[in-house]
Design a protein around this ligand. Structure first.
Ligand code: PMT
Length: 222
């Protein structure tokens, strides 16, 4: 095992999309492939960390002896798995694209196409990063993501504060080579003390390494 500062550290990573059931055959989800989360998991595993990857359905599964994968479907399941792990974690990286809302009632049987339209009532999901952020200890590091489509920096900085992150990784759908599905990303990282750093378009594996380098620079002693 390589002797890095991440050796033997416990790292929680959420990755991929969540699926929110409408009925037995349908769900609400998003375009996350899990590639960004998998790259971060791999970077930590190669640095000798013990990685706990809480993974949405259909997301890329990295293969490394230091990575333990827990598969989940909904935001609630992702929260339950993450909350159980959280007290023992040194670092948490919230890379998952979690559905903010889920159908209020899940139909027991397949919904029939009776009318010309239909209304689906949604209820707010638990915010995993926010909820665990409120329980964060002085010796834990939380890294969040922000996927934005406009006023990117403003929204990212708001999430940094609100969710009690030590570091937030902003990616914008407006940037060529950034975001969902691609093998590349382009990110800006922000800290609460005003420090920020920007990457060009890089493979997600390289973006992951950059995130690890920035985690090393944080003043938090884990
Ligand atoms: O998976 P890929 O195809 O490789 O794409 C990568 C990615 C675009 C999914 C990734 O880089 C990314 O940006 N992930 C976060 C996507 C997102 O949902 O961002 P957000 O701005 O909506 O959420 C802000 C933060 O809160 C995120 O850390 C998110 O994981 C977390 N969150 C959000 C809602 C919720 N209910 N629970 C959460 O934990």
């Amino acid at each position: 095992e390589p002797k890095t500062e991440f050796a033997e550290k416990n790292v929680l990573i959420t990755s991929g999309p969540t699926q929110e059931a409408i009925d037995p055959v349908r769900f609400i989800s998003n375009h996350s492939s899990g590639k960004m989360g998998a790259a971060i998991a791999m970077a930590f595993a190669e640095a000798g960390a013990k990685v706990h990857l809480v993974l949405g359905k259909g997301a890329v599964k990295p293969d490394h002896p230091n990575i333990q994968i827990q598969s989940v479907r909904s935001a609630q399941e992702m929260y339950d798995a993450s909350a159980k792990l959280h007290p023992a974690m040194d670092i948490c990286v919230f890379a998952a694209a979690v559905a903010d809302y889920a159908p209020k009632h899940v139909a027991a049987e397949k919904i029939k196409k009776d009318g010309e339209g239909m209304v689906l009532e949604l209820a707010k999901n638990i915010d995993i990063a926010f909820t665990l952020g409120q329980q964060k200890r002085f010796n834990q590091i939380h890294v969040g993501f922000a996927l934005e489509t406009e006023r990117e920096e403003f929204h990212a900085k708001q999430k940094l504060t609100k969710k009690n992150f030590d570091l937030i990784v902003l990616n914008s759908t407006k940037d060529e080579g950034a975001g969902f599905q691609l093998d590349t990303n382009k990110v800006r990282l922000f800290r609460e003390d005003g420090y920020s750093v920007e990457s060009g378009v890089l493979p997600k594996t390289e973006v992951a390494k950059l995130i690890l380098e920035e985690i090393k620079k944080l003043p938090v002693k884990i």
